[in-house]
Design a protein around this ligand. Structure first.
Ligand SMILES: [Zn+2]
Length: 260
């Protein structure tokens, strides 16, 4: 049993063969796939996917840091605020900071992140955090804002061993995907010292496909490759890795109805 805690299966990349992608995911043992939102314009496509199988898909709502723009931020945040009132979402995401693509909106990204974290705590929802060239920065922000009850996952964790420890000390989880299979990644070394209880599996489909599909379109069935790679790192069985990480996901995202 596997859970892909981060997949954009509503992206254009899947519009021609989504049903086959879903079928392969089921065959690979996926029992749940969590869909993070990007901005207001992507919510409809996300819901179209959820409606194909509400038992398999769970949607999040949030404004992605790369979609933070001075001219639209007010409307975009208002959209998230209104959607949260509907109680249809499993988490606030994805939110965070991306200083790789655009440093000029740094202040606005921080503001949007803090605002959405406060809403998440108010609704008792976890957050799915996107951090690119900003993991240390986000750790500092989370410490400083000190929002009670706030929890979540650093999706596609990239950072140092020290940052990994700081994240789990804050009560957050590390989202691990295809990067773990890359030869040049330091993740294997870092994860050796991180207890499995703090790790979630994800794909970030259609991005960051694991080896041997690196550079190609990623899909949720490849979560099993991440599980197998993590099993090697932890000198454990893929089955055990799947069970523990799935129950971590069930705990964080309150997936009560899953047989875990
Ligand atoms: Zn994402």
């Amino acid at each position: 049993m596997l859970i892909d805690t981060h997949a954009h299966l509503y992206a254009d990349e899947f519009k021609d063969d989504l049903s086959e992608v879903i079928e392969r995911a089921r065959q690979a043992g996926l029992v749940r796939i969590l869909l993070p939102n990007i901005e207001s314009s992507t919510a409809e496509a996300m819901w179209d996917v959820v409606k194909t199988d509400p038992d398999l898909f769970s949607p999040m709502i949030g404004l992605h840091p790369c979609s933070v723009k001075p001219e639209t931020i007010e409307d975009e945040l208002e959209f998230v605020r209104q959607e949260l009132k509907t109680d249809k979402y499993i988490a606030v995401g994805e939110i965070g900071m991306d200083l790789y693509w655009d440093k000029s909106t740094r202040q606005l990204q921080e503001m949007a992140f803090i605002e959405q974290c406060k809403w998440a705590a108010a609704y008792n929802l976890p957050v799915a955090i996107h951090s690119r060239d900003s993991t240390g920065e986000l750790i500092k922000i989370i410490r400083k804002m000190n929002v009670e009850g706030l929890t979540g996952v650093f999706h596609c964790f990239s950072g140092t061993d020290k940052e990994a420890l700081e994240i789990i000390e804050l009560g957050f989880m590390l989202g691990i995907g295809g990067v773990l299979t890359f030869k040049n990644s330091n993740l294997r070394e870092i994860l050796k010292d991180i207890p499995l209880e703090h790790i979630l599996l994800e794909t970030d489909s259609p991005y960051l496909a694991p080896v041997p599909y690196r550079g190609k379109r990623n899909e949720s069935s490849y979560t099993s490759i991440v599980a197998e790679t993590l099993a090697q790192v932890k000198e454990d069985t893929a089955e055990n890795i799947s069970t523990i990480t799935s129950s971590n996901a069930a705990r964080l995202f309150r997936l009560k109805e899953l047989p875990l």
